[in-house]
Every structure is written in C-alpha cells, then in structure tokens.
Write a new protein. Sequence first.
Length: 117
Amino acid sequence: MDQQALLDQLTALLPHFKEHWEDEDNYYISDRGTFNLHNVCSALSHFYIDNADGIEDDVQQSLFSLLEESFGADSESAATISESFIDRIAHTEMGEKAAAFMGPQCKAHYDSQQEEQ
C-alpha cells in the first residue's frame, strides 16, 4: 500500500491522528512536504502509544484490520509496518493491549518480538 493511501485511511479512522500528523512540528514530513510509508507508520506508533487508551475498541479493531490488510499487501509494506509500528509498540503497555486487536500476520510478528525480550 502506498503511504498516501494508508495515511488517508488512518486519518479518516483516527481524527486525532490527523491533527497529530498535520501539526507544524511533525518531523516525519520533509521540508518539501514529502514522506514515506516508514514516516507514516513511525508517527502512528508514537501517536498510538500516547493515545491508545482513548481509542474505542471498534476503532482499534478497524485500525488493526487496516494494518493487517496493508501488512499482507506486499513484502515492503509488511517490513515497514513490522519495523516502524509493531516493533515500536511491542514492548509497551499499549502494545500488550493492542495484541488483542491484531490480525494473524501482525500478531505473529508481535509475538516474535515478545519472544526476543
């Protein structure tokens, strides 16, 4: 999945993430206004760790369904979601809560991170 498509879906699903992303201090967007999938997933990881408690369960389920779909899209998307989102939340309290909403591919990667701990 391309970065703009994922960003559009995430900001539609998570209005507060849209505010977070559009903040003038967002260092994941270059001075030219460009960004990549890694940037989107990294920003999402920080947002998620700070805000997951306030995200309703149905929205959490939708979020992880979207990530699961994106994870399965191609190997580059899977690697980016793994490294820039799942790995970053894996060893946090929010990561533990997120595990209940993960699809099988995301959960398998999450579990592999827990085993390395």
